[in-house]
Design a protein around this ligand. Structure first.
Ligand code: ADP
Ligand code: MG
Ligand code: MG
Length: 191
């Protein structure tokens, strides 16, 4: 889990400008900054922690995202990690099936918190098809990537982009692009 978060942080840092560009088209041009700030704080927090269970790592990471990211993505990705961590519980070792179940619970919690459904042009359009493919990490990463690209022709129904109505069509959702980075990082560390 620590390696996943580290790889995610690297991906977010590398793609931060692209994420902000996507958000400048249909939002307020802060998504890359938000994600970079949040994940940098996650790594700082985790480096200071001595040892923890896989679930504990995700709980701490999720809490850090919620408290360091002002935008909508902080509480949403924070909830994804916190709820997933809670699902893993106190176990010292977790299987790929445990990870699958945990991430599915985490994604469901994101849906509950934000009230978005598939096709609303949010991070869920990448997250939902991805967790459906787990525990096949390669297929999950691919599904997240395809899900993010598939938000381009959609009209946003949630979040800041929804204020644009029809003008949100034709742009990739930044949160979905970030979700694809996280799933790509998970695949990378699973190999
Ligand atoms: P803000 O919109 O507050 O500036 P960010 O730019 O960091 O926050 O994040 C925007 C992303 O958050 C969107 O691209 C979308 O994927 C996601 N998002 C916004 N609202 C919701 C929601 N209700 N449910 C799921 N995801 C959402
Ligand atoms: Mg924004
Ligand atoms: Mg903002």
């Amino acid at each position: 889990m620590v390696e996943w978060l580290r790889a995610s942080t690297e991906a977010v840092r590398a793609e931060s400008d692209r994420l902000t560009e996507l958000d400048s088209a249909i939002g307020d041009a802060d998504h890359g900054t938000n994600m970079r700030r949040g994940f940098t704080a996650v790594m700082t927090t985790l480096d200071a922690e001595e040892r923890a269970t896989p679930g504990g790592v995700l709980l701490v990471a999720g809490r850090t995202l919620v408290s360091t990211v002002g935008g909508a993505s902080g509480p949403l990705f924070g909830t994804l990690l916190r709820r997933s961590g809670k699902a893993l519980g106190e176990a010292e070792r977790v299987s790929d099936e445990d990870v699958r179940d945990a991430l599915r619970a985490g994604v469901a919690a994101v849906g509950q918190l934000g009230g978005a459904a598939l096709g609303d042009k949010t991070m869920l359009d990448a997250l939902l098809p991805a967790v459906a493919e787990l525990p096949d990490y390669a297929a999950a990463a691919r599904a997240a990537e395809e899900g993010a690209k598939a938000t381009i022709p959609l009209r946003a129904h949630k979040g800041r982009a929804s204020y644009l109505g029809e003008r949100s069509v034709g742009h990739e959702d930044p949160g979905a692009a970030s979700a694809a980075l996280l799933l790509g990082a998970l695949f990378q560390v699973s190999r």
